[in-house]
Design a protein around this ligand. Structure first.
Ligand SMILES: [Zn+2]
Ligand SMILES: [Zn+2]
Length: 170
């Protein structure tokens, strides 16, 4: 559980109160079919009481494991994800239907769900082991990151190929 007690922040209005948690993907249900977060997920940040509510910001550090979309090798990358969220205590007398604000009860803010959402949404569309990944040879399937297989992989643009055909016919 990643719960921030706001009592200290309340006593130091406007001053950042640091927090740090170590969790795991299992603990916060950060599960996705295309990848996983292995080992510890570290969350460091600060909580500031703004008078009306709280600003909770920080950074998540994790290790993401996946099969590379290009070379199909099992890979792992270190990731950091920043977050910056507004929280407001329910029943504090202020408007409570702001879409950009997270609401909580009592003196504890449970950030588990928010951290999970940031981890799963702040991901690239593709899982690539390395920006320079050369992928697999379309002819023999060799992993080109391990060296060239020697195949002729010259690909002719299909539009040019059609034009070539036309020229040959004439
Ligand atoms: Zn790769
Ligand atoms: Zn090849």
């Amino acid at each position: 559980m990643m719960k921030i007690n706001v009592t200290e922040a309340n006593e130091k209005l406007g001053i950042a109160v640091p927090f740090e948690f170590v969790t795991t993907a299992g603990e916060i249900s950060a599960v996705h079919e295309d990848y996983s977060f292995d080992g510890d997920i570290t969350v460091r940040g600060e909580c500031v009481a703004t008078g009306r509510g709280y600003r909770i910001s920080g950074r998540i550090s994790c290790t993401k494991s996946f099969v590379c979309d290009r070379c199909l090798e099992q890979s792992a990358v270190q990731q950091v994800h920043d977050f910056d969220e507004a929280y407001q205590k329910r029943g504090s007398g202020y408007n409570e239907d702001n879409q950009d604000v997270n609401y909580f009860d009592g003196d504890q803010v449970d950030i588990s769900q928010m951290i999970r959402d940031v981890l799963l949404s702040d991901q690239p569309l593709n899982n690539i082991c390395n920006a320079d990944c050369r992928g697999l040879c379309p002819k023999c399937g060799a992993n080109l990151n391990h060296g060239d297989c020697g195949c002729d992989r010259t690909v002719i643009d299909p539009r040019l190929a059609a034009l070539q055909q036309l020229l040959i016919k004439k």
